[in-house]
Design a protein around this ligand. Structure first.
Ligand SMILES: Cc1cc2nc3c(=O)[nH]c(=O)nc-3n(C[C@H](O)[C@H](O)[C@H](O)COP(=O)(O)OP(=O)(O)OC[C@H]3O[C@@H](n4cnc5c(N)ncnc54)[C@H](O)[C@@H]3O)c2cc1C
Length: 398
Protein backbone atom coordinates (compact mmCIF):
# COMPACT_ATOMS: atom_id res chain seq x y z
CA UNK A 1 0.00 0.00 0.00
CA UNK A 2 1.05 3.56 -0.60
CA UNK A 3 -0.40 6.99 0.14
CA UNK A 4 0.27 7.87 -3.51
CA UNK A 5 -2.75 7.00 -5.61
CA UNK A 6 -2.49 6.25 -9.31
CA UNK A 7 -5.23 6.17 -11.92
CA UNK A 8 -6.20 2.69 -13.13
CA UNK A 9 -4.18 3.29 -16.34
CA UNK A 10 -1.12 4.26 -14.31
CA UNK A 11 -1.51 1.16 -12.11
CA UNK A 12 -1.76 -1.04 -15.19
CA UNK A 13 1.34 0.60 -16.61
CA UNK A 14 3.26 0.06 -13.35
CA UNK A 15 2.22 -3.60 -13.18
CA UNK A 16 3.19 -4.10 -16.81
CA UNK A 17 6.64 -2.57 -16.25
CA UNK A 18 7.13 -4.71 -13.12
CA UNK A 19 6.38 -7.85 -15.12
CA UNK A 20 8.78 -6.67 -17.83
CA UNK A 21 11.53 -6.02 -15.27
CA UNK A 22 11.09 -9.47 -13.69
CA UNK A 23 11.18 -11.22 -17.05
CA UNK A 24 13.70 -9.23 -19.11
CA UNK A 25 15.86 -7.67 -16.40
CA UNK A 26 16.49 -10.39 -13.79
CA UNK A 27 18.87 -9.55 -10.95
CA UNK A 28 21.62 -11.70 -12.45
CA UNK A 29 21.61 -9.68 -15.68
CA UNK A 30 21.38 -6.33 -13.86
CA UNK A 31 24.46 -7.33 -11.85
CA UNK A 32 26.35 -8.34 -15.00
CA UNK A 33 25.49 -5.08 -16.81
CA UNK A 34 26.85 -3.15 -13.83
CA UNK A 35 30.04 -5.26 -13.55
CA UNK A 36 30.76 -5.10 -17.26
CA UNK A 37 29.63 -1.48 -17.68
CA UNK A 38 27.34 -2.76 -20.41
CA UNK A 39 24.29 -1.14 -22.00
CA UNK A 40 21.71 -3.79 -22.97
CA UNK A 41 20.34 -2.20 -26.13
CA UNK A 42 18.01 -5.10 -26.77
CA UNK A 43 16.16 -4.32 -23.52
CA UNK A 44 15.94 -0.63 -24.46
CA UNK A 45 14.57 -1.62 -27.88
CA UNK A 46 11.86 -3.66 -26.19
CA UNK A 47 10.86 -0.69 -24.02
CA UNK A 48 10.47 1.35 -27.20
CA UNK A 49 8.47 -1.44 -28.85
CA UNK A 50 6.13 -1.42 -25.83
CA UNK A 51 5.51 2.30 -26.42
CA UNK A 52 7.22 3.39 -23.20
CA UNK A 53 9.73 5.80 -24.76
CA UNK A 54 6.74 7.43 -26.47
CA UNK A 55 5.02 8.36 -23.20
CA UNK A 56 6.44 11.87 -23.61
CA UNK A 57 5.78 12.22 -27.34
CA UNK A 58 2.61 13.88 -28.65
CA UNK A 59 0.16 11.56 -30.42
CA UNK A 60 0.70 13.44 -33.70
CA UNK A 61 4.27 12.07 -33.69
CA UNK A 62 3.40 8.52 -32.73
CA UNK A 63 3.49 8.77 -28.94
CA UNK A 64 1.03 8.67 -26.05
CA UNK A 65 0.97 12.40 -25.23
CA UNK A 66 2.83 14.16 -22.45
CA UNK A 67 2.38 11.63 -19.64
CA UNK A 68 4.77 12.97 -16.99
CA UNK A 69 3.49 10.86 -14.06
CA UNK A 70 3.55 7.69 -16.17
CA UNK A 71 7.10 8.49 -17.29
CA UNK A 72 8.15 8.90 -13.65
CA UNK A 73 6.53 5.54 -12.81
CA UNK A 74 8.61 3.86 -15.54
CA UNK A 75 11.81 5.54 -14.30
CA UNK A 76 11.18 4.39 -10.70
CA UNK A 77 10.50 0.81 -11.77
CA UNK A 78 13.50 0.53 -14.11
CA UNK A 79 15.92 2.19 -11.67
CA UNK A 80 14.80 -0.12 -8.88
CA UNK A 81 16.53 -2.87 -10.90
CA UNK A 82 19.15 -1.38 -13.23
CA UNK A 83 20.61 2.06 -13.87
CA UNK A 84 22.02 0.78 -17.17
CA UNK A 85 18.45 0.53 -18.47
CA UNK A 86 16.91 3.35 -16.39
CA UNK A 87 19.40 6.04 -17.47
CA UNK A 88 19.05 5.16 -21.15
CA UNK A 89 15.27 5.32 -20.82
CA UNK A 90 15.61 8.87 -19.41
CA UNK A 91 17.94 9.80 -22.29
CA UNK A 92 15.19 8.83 -24.70
CA UNK A 93 11.84 9.68 -23.09
CA UNK A 94 13.00 12.78 -21.21
CA UNK A 95 16.16 14.25 -22.71
CA UNK A 96 14.94 13.73 -26.27
CA UNK A 97 11.14 13.32 -26.02
CA UNK A 98 10.17 15.89 -23.42
CA UNK A 99 12.71 18.53 -24.44
CA UNK A 100 11.88 18.49 -28.13
CA UNK A 101 8.16 18.42 -27.38
CA UNK A 102 8.63 21.58 -25.30
CA UNK A 103 11.18 23.54 -27.33
CA UNK A 104 11.95 21.78 -30.65
CA UNK A 105 11.30 23.44 -34.03
CA UNK A 106 8.43 21.96 -36.11
CA UNK A 107 11.03 20.27 -38.35
CA UNK A 108 12.94 18.80 -35.38
CA UNK A 109 9.71 17.46 -33.90
CA UNK A 110 8.66 15.89 -37.19
CA UNK A 111 12.08 14.34 -37.77
CA UNK A 112 13.10 13.17 -34.30
CA UNK A 113 10.03 12.62 -32.12
CA UNK A 114 8.68 9.66 -34.15
CA UNK A 115 12.10 7.99 -33.74
CA UNK A 116 11.96 8.55 -29.97
CA UNK A 117 8.56 6.87 -29.83
CA UNK A 118 9.29 3.96 -32.16
CA UNK A 119 13.05 3.35 -31.80
CA UNK A 120 13.98 4.88 -28.44
CA UNK A 121 16.31 7.48 -30.02
CA UNK A 122 18.47 9.04 -27.31
CA UNK A 123 20.09 12.37 -26.45
CA UNK A 124 23.04 12.85 -24.10
CA UNK A 125 23.24 16.06 -22.06
CA UNK A 126 26.25 18.23 -22.87
CA UNK A 127 26.07 20.92 -20.19
CA UNK A 128 29.05 20.35 -17.88
CA UNK A 129 32.57 21.25 -19.02
CA UNK A 130 36.02 20.88 -17.48
CA UNK A 131 35.65 24.29 -15.81
CA UNK A 132 31.86 24.43 -15.67
CA UNK A 133 29.71 22.62 -13.09
CA UNK A 134 26.81 24.32 -11.34
CA UNK A 135 27.42 27.60 -13.20
CA UNK A 136 26.14 26.37 -16.56
CA UNK A 137 25.73 29.89 -17.92
CA UNK A 138 29.52 30.20 -17.99
CA UNK A 139 30.06 27.52 -20.66
CA UNK A 140 33.08 28.06 -22.88
CA UNK A 141 32.27 25.76 -25.79
CA UNK A 142 31.63 28.19 -28.64
CA UNK A 143 29.38 28.13 -31.68
CA UNK A 144 29.67 30.46 -34.67
CA UNK A 145 27.60 30.69 -37.82
CA UNK A 146 29.18 29.97 -41.20
CA UNK A 147 26.63 30.08 -44.00
CA UNK A 148 24.03 27.40 -43.36
CA UNK A 149 26.21 25.74 -40.76
CA UNK A 150 27.13 26.14 -37.12
CA UNK A 151 30.76 25.45 -36.18
CA UNK A 152 31.26 24.23 -32.60
CA UNK A 153 34.53 24.05 -30.66
CA UNK A 154 35.23 23.22 -27.03
CA UNK A 155 34.82 20.36 -24.59
CA UNK A 156 32.05 18.72 -22.60
CA UNK A 157 32.57 16.64 -19.46
CA UNK A 158 30.44 14.03 -17.65
CA UNK A 159 28.45 13.53 -20.84
CA UNK A 160 26.48 10.48 -19.68
CA UNK A 161 25.58 7.90 -22.29
CA UNK A 162 27.29 9.87 -25.06
CA UNK A 163 28.40 6.71 -26.89
CA UNK A 164 24.94 5.13 -26.89
CA UNK A 165 23.12 8.37 -27.80
CA UNK A 166 22.22 9.66 -31.25
CA UNK A 167 22.74 13.35 -30.42
CA UNK A 168 24.45 15.46 -27.78
CA UNK A 169 22.00 18.11 -26.58
CA UNK A 170 24.70 20.70 -25.99
CA UNK A 171 24.59 24.19 -24.58
CA UNK A 172 27.09 26.45 -26.31
CA UNK A 173 28.25 30.06 -26.18
CA UNK A 174 26.91 31.67 -29.35
CA UNK A 175 28.01 35.25 -28.66
CA UNK A 176 30.13 37.34 -26.34
CA UNK A 177 30.69 35.76 -22.88
CA UNK A 178 29.83 39.03 -21.10
CA UNK A 179 26.16 38.63 -22.05
CA UNK A 180 26.07 35.34 -20.08
CA UNK A 181 22.49 34.04 -20.26
CA UNK A 182 21.62 36.01 -23.44
CA UNK A 183 24.26 34.47 -25.68
CA UNK A 184 23.67 30.78 -25.19
CA UNK A 185 22.16 28.33 -27.66
CA UNK A 186 21.23 24.67 -27.57
CA UNK A 187 22.41 22.61 -30.53
CA UNK A 188 21.97 18.98 -31.54
CA UNK A 189 25.37 17.44 -32.32
CA UNK A 190 25.12 13.99 -33.95
CA UNK A 191 27.39 11.66 -32.00
CA UNK A 192 29.00 10.42 -35.23
CA UNK A 193 29.96 13.96 -36.36
CA UNK A 194 33.59 14.28 -37.54
CA UNK A 195 35.63 16.24 -34.98
CA UNK A 196 34.20 14.58 -31.85
CA UNK A 197 36.53 12.56 -29.61
CA UNK A 198 35.18 10.57 -26.65
CA UNK A 199 37.23 9.60 -23.61
CA UNK A 200 35.55 7.44 -20.99
CA UNK A 201 35.55 8.70 -17.40
CA UNK A 202 35.79 6.27 -14.50
CA UNK A 203 32.78 6.59 -12.19
CA UNK A 204 31.82 4.81 -8.97
CA UNK A 205 28.33 3.94 -10.17
CA UNK A 206 25.74 4.54 -12.91
CA UNK A 207 27.38 1.88 -15.02
CA UNK A 208 26.00 0.99 -18.44
CA UNK A 209 25.98 4.06 -20.66
CA UNK A 210 29.18 5.48 -19.13
CA UNK A 211 30.24 9.10 -18.73
CA UNK A 212 32.55 10.78 -21.22
CA UNK A 213 34.83 13.69 -21.79
CA UNK A 214 33.92 14.90 -25.26
CA UNK A 215 36.42 17.00 -27.21
CA UNK A 216 34.67 19.07 -29.88
CA UNK A 217 37.06 20.20 -32.62
CA UNK A 218 35.41 22.54 -35.14
CA UNK A 219 32.41 20.26 -35.52
CA UNK A 220 29.99 21.41 -38.23
CA UNK A 221 26.27 20.87 -37.95
CA UNK A 222 23.49 22.31 -40.15
CA UNK A 223 21.82 25.45 -38.76
CA UNK A 224 18.65 23.35 -38.68
CA UNK A 225 20.20 21.63 -35.63
CA UNK A 226 19.82 24.77 -33.52
CA UNK A 227 17.20 23.67 -31.00
CA UNK A 228 14.01 25.61 -31.72
CA UNK A 229 15.27 26.47 -35.21
CA UNK A 230 16.47 29.95 -36.18
CA UNK A 231 14.37 31.48 -33.38
CA UNK A 232 16.36 29.42 -30.89
CA UNK A 233 19.70 31.13 -31.63
CA UNK A 234 20.86 32.80 -28.41
CA UNK A 235 17.71 31.60 -26.63
CA UNK A 236 19.26 28.47 -25.09
CA UNK A 237 19.06 29.63 -21.49
CA UNK A 238 15.30 30.22 -21.49
CA UNK A 239 14.82 26.79 -23.08
CA UNK A 240 17.05 25.11 -20.51
CA UNK A 241 15.69 26.87 -17.45
CA UNK A 242 12.05 26.29 -18.36
CA UNK A 243 9.86 23.22 -17.83
CA UNK A 244 12.71 20.95 -18.98
CA UNK A 245 14.65 21.76 -15.82
CA UNK A 246 11.65 21.06 -13.58
CA UNK A 247 11.25 17.66 -15.21
CA UNK A 248 14.97 16.94 -14.91
CA UNK A 249 14.71 17.42 -11.14
CA UNK A 250 11.88 14.90 -10.75
CA UNK A 251 13.61 12.44 -13.09
CA UNK A 252 16.57 12.37 -10.71
CA UNK A 253 14.22 12.11 -7.71
CA UNK A 254 12.53 9.11 -9.38
CA UNK A 255 15.91 7.43 -9.98
CA UNK A 256 16.79 7.89 -6.30
CA UNK A 257 13.34 6.66 -5.24
CA UNK A 258 13.75 3.49 -7.30
CA UNK A 259 17.19 2.71 -5.88
CA UNK A 260 16.04 3.39 -2.29
CA UNK A 261 12.97 1.17 -2.74
CA UNK A 262 15.13 -1.71 -3.93
CA UNK A 263 17.46 -1.22 -0.95
CA UNK A 264 14.60 -1.23 1.56
CA UNK A 265 13.02 -4.33 0.03
CA UNK A 266 16.35 -6.18 0.14
CA UNK A 267 17.18 -5.14 3.71
CA UNK A 268 13.62 -6.00 4.84
CA UNK A 269 13.96 -9.53 3.42
CA UNK A 270 17.55 -9.98 4.63
CA UNK A 271 16.63 -9.00 8.20
CA UNK A 272 14.10 -11.86 8.28
CA UNK A 273 16.58 -14.43 6.94
CA UNK A 274 19.74 -13.51 8.84
CA UNK A 275 19.88 -15.28 12.21
CA UNK A 276 22.21 -14.11 15.00
CA UNK A 277 22.07 -15.02 18.69
CA UNK A 278 19.52 -17.67 17.76
CA UNK A 279 16.89 -15.41 16.22
CA UNK A 280 16.33 -13.42 13.01
CA UNK A 281 17.83 -9.93 13.27
CA UNK A 282 14.43 -8.43 12.37
CA UNK A 283 13.39 -9.27 15.96
CA UNK A 284 16.06 -6.90 17.33
CA UNK A 285 14.42 -3.61 18.24
CA UNK A 286 17.12 -1.34 16.78
CA UNK A 287 16.91 -3.18 13.42
CA UNK A 288 13.10 -2.98 13.47
CA UNK A 289 13.32 0.75 14.09
CA UNK A 290 15.80 1.28 11.26
CA UNK A 291 13.52 -0.59 8.88
CA UNK A 292 10.42 1.28 10.09
CA UNK A 293 12.25 4.60 9.60
CA UNK A 294 13.39 3.52 6.12
CA UNK A 295 9.85 2.62 5.04
CA UNK A 296 8.50 5.90 6.46
CA UNK A 297 11.13 8.02 4.72
CA UNK A 298 10.59 6.06 1.49
CA UNK A 299 6.89 6.88 1.59
CA UNK A 300 7.70 10.58 2.11
CA UNK A 301 10.02 10.40 -0.93
CA UNK A 302 7.25 8.82 -2.98
CA UNK A 303 4.77 11.54 -1.98
CA UNK A 304 7.22 14.32 -2.88
CA UNK A 305 8.21 12.77 -6.21
CA UNK A 306 4.70 12.10 -7.49
CA UNK A 307 3.30 15.33 -6.02
CA UNK A 308 5.86 17.33 -8.00
CA UNK A 309 5.27 15.17 -11.11
CA UNK A 310 1.53 15.88 -10.97
CA UNK A 311 2.19 19.62 -10.83
CA UNK A 312 4.47 19.46 -13.87
CA UNK A 313 2.00 17.28 -15.76
CA UNK A 314 -0.72 19.88 -15.05
CA UNK A 315 1.58 22.66 -16.38
CA UNK A 316 1.52 24.38 -12.98
CA UNK A 317 4.51 26.55 -12.05
CA UNK A 318 6.61 24.15 -9.98
CA UNK A 319 10.12 25.61 -9.83
CA UNK A 320 10.25 25.60 -6.02
CA UNK A 321 8.33 22.35 -5.54
CA UNK A 322 10.47 20.37 -8.00
CA UNK A 323 13.58 21.70 -6.24
CA UNK A 324 12.09 20.60 -2.89
CA UNK A 325 11.42 17.14 -4.32
CA UNK A 326 14.93 16.84 -5.81
CA UNK A 327 16.57 18.03 -2.57
CA UNK A 328 14.48 15.99 -0.15
CA UNK A 329 14.24 12.77 -2.13
CA UNK A 330 17.90 12.57 -3.16
CA UNK A 331 19.28 13.38 0.30
CA UNK A 332 16.74 11.13 2.05
CA UNK A 333 17.16 8.27 -0.41
CA UNK A 334 20.92 8.36 0.19
CA UNK A 335 20.30 8.15 3.96
CA UNK A 336 17.84 5.28 3.46
CA UNK A 337 20.28 3.27 1.35
CA UNK A 338 23.15 3.79 3.81
CA UNK A 339 20.89 2.66 6.69
CA UNK A 340 19.88 -0.44 4.70
CA UNK A 341 23.56 -1.19 4.09
CA UNK A 342 24.13 -1.05 7.85
CA UNK A 343 21.27 -3.50 8.40
CA UNK A 344 23.00 -6.00 6.11
CA UNK A 345 26.29 -5.60 7.96
CA UNK A 346 29.28 -6.96 6.05
CA UNK A 347 27.00 -8.36 3.35
CA UNK A 348 25.98 -4.83 2.40
CA UNK A 349 29.58 -4.22 1.40
CA UNK A 350 30.38 -7.20 -0.84
CA UNK A 351 29.63 -7.96 -4.46
CA UNK A 352 27.49 -11.03 -3.75
CA UNK A 353 24.57 -8.77 -2.88
CA UNK A 354 23.05 -5.87 -4.82
CA UNK A 355 23.29 -3.52 -1.82
CA UNK A 356 26.83 -2.37 -2.66
CA UNK A 357 25.59 -1.34 -6.13
CA UNK A 358 22.69 0.61 -4.63
CA UNK A 359 25.21 2.44 -2.44
CA UNK A 360 27.46 3.28 -5.42
CA UNK A 361 24.48 4.47 -7.48
CA UNK A 362 22.71 6.51 -4.79
CA UNK A 363 25.76 8.56 -3.78
CA UNK A 364 25.65 10.66 -6.95
CA UNK A 365 21.96 11.57 -6.73
CA UNK A 366 22.41 14.63 -4.49
CA UNK A 367 25.14 15.81 -6.93
CA UNK A 368 23.51 15.27 -10.35
CA UNK A 369 21.01 17.54 -12.02
CA UNK A 370 21.71 20.47 -9.68
CA UNK A 371 23.29 19.63 -6.34
CA UNK A 372 21.40 19.80 -3.04
CA UNK A 373 23.03 23.17 -2.32
CA UNK A 374 21.82 24.52 -5.67
CA UNK A 375 18.28 23.27 -4.94
CA UNK A 376 18.37 25.08 -1.58
CA UNK A 377 19.38 28.26 -3.42
CA UNK A 378 16.49 27.77 -5.88
CA UNK A 379 13.95 27.24 -3.12
CA UNK A 380 15.00 30.32 -1.15
CA UNK A 381 15.16 32.47 -4.30
CA UNK A 382 11.88 31.28 -5.79
CA UNK A 383 10.06 31.75 -2.51
CA UNK A 384 11.32 35.33 -2.45
CA UNK A 385 13.65 35.21 0.53
CA UNK A 386 15.57 38.52 0.33
CA UNK A 387 19.29 38.17 -0.38
CA UNK A 388 20.10 41.59 1.05
CA UNK A 389 18.93 43.35 4.20
CA UNK A 390 16.30 46.03 3.46
CA UNK A 391 17.68 49.58 3.04
CA UNK A 392 18.00 51.37 6.37
CA UNK A 393 15.05 53.68 7.11
CA UNK A 394 15.92 57.37 7.56
CA UNK A 395 15.97 58.20 11.25
CA UNK A 396 12.98 60.23 12.47
CA UNK A 397 13.82 63.50 14.15
CA UNK A 398 11.29 64.35 16.85
C1 LIG B 1 28.08 10.15 -12.83
C2 LIG B 1 27.83 11.54 -13.31
C3 LIG B 1 27.05 11.76 -14.43
C4 LIG B 1 26.82 13.05 -14.90
N1 LIG B 1 26.11 13.23 -16.05
C5 LIG B 1 26.05 14.46 -16.61
C6 LIG B 1 25.49 14.64 -17.91
O1 LIG B 1 24.99 13.69 -18.52
N2 LIG B 1 25.54 15.86 -18.48
C7 LIG B 1 26.08 16.94 -17.83
O2 LIG B 1 26.09 18.02 -18.40
N3 LIG B 1 26.61 16.81 -16.59
C8 LIG B 1 26.62 15.60 -15.97
N4 LIG B 1 27.18 15.43 -14.74
C9 LIG B 1 27.73 16.60 -14.06
C10 LIG B 1 26.85 17.06 -12.92
O3 LIG B 1 25.64 17.58 -13.39
C11 LIG B 1 27.70 18.07 -12.13
O4 LIG B 1 28.48 17.28 -11.29
C12 LIG B 1 26.89 19.05 -11.35
O5 LIG B 1 26.31 19.97 -12.24
C13 LIG B 1 27.71 19.83 -10.34
O6 LIG B 1 28.88 20.30 -10.89
P1 LIG B 1 30.30 19.98 -10.22
O7 LIG B 1 30.27 18.60 -9.73
O8 LIG B 1 31.36 20.39 -11.15
O9 LIG B 1 30.33 20.88 -8.92
P2 LIG B 1 30.67 22.43 -8.76
O10 LIG B 1 29.71 23.27 -9.50
O11 LIG B 1 32.12 22.66 -8.99
O12 LIG B 1 30.37 22.59 -7.19
C14 LIG B 1 31.26 22.04 -6.18
C15 LIG B 1 30.56 22.17 -4.82
O13 LIG B 1 30.20 23.54 -4.59
C16 LIG B 1 28.79 23.65 -4.38
N5 LIG B 1 28.31 24.85 -5.06
C17 LIG B 1 28.61 25.31 -6.30
N6 LIG B 1 27.98 26.45 -6.56
C18 LIG B 1 27.24 26.75 -5.46
C19 LIG B 1 26.37 27.83 -5.10
N7 LIG B 1 26.12 28.85 -5.94
N8 LIG B 1 25.79 27.79 -3.88
C20 LIG B 1 26.04 26.77 -3.02
N9 LIG B 1 26.87 25.75 -3.28
C21 LIG B 1 27.47 25.74 -4.49
C22 LIG B 1 28.18 22.38 -5.01
O14 LIG B 1 26.97 22.04 -4.40
C23 LIG B 1 29.27 21.35 -4.73
O15 LIG B 1 29.13 20.88 -3.43
C24 LIG B 1 27.39 14.16 -14.21
C25 LIG B 1 28.15 13.95 -13.06
C26 LIG B 1 28.38 12.66 -12.62
C27 LIG B 1 29.24 12.46 -11.40
Amino acid sequence: MSMVEFTSEQQMLRDMVRRFVDKEMPRSLAKAWDREDHFPREVHDQLAALGLTGLTVPEAFGGAGREVVSTIIVIEELCARSMAVGCAYIQSACYAGLNLTEVGSPEQKADILPKVASEGLMFAYGFSEPDVGADIASVRTTARREGDEVVISGAKRFCSGARIADYIYAIVRSGEPEARHKNLSLVLIPTDAPGLTFTAQETLGLKGGGAFDVAIDAVRVPAANIVGGEAGWNQGWSMLAGPGLDIEKIEVAAMALGIARAAVDDAWAYAQERVQFGKPICTIQSIRHMLADARTKLEACRLMTYGAARMVEAHKPAGAETSMAKLFVCDTARDIVLACQQIMGAYGYVGDFDMERYVRDILVMPILGGSSAIQRNNIANRLGLPRQPPPARPMRVA
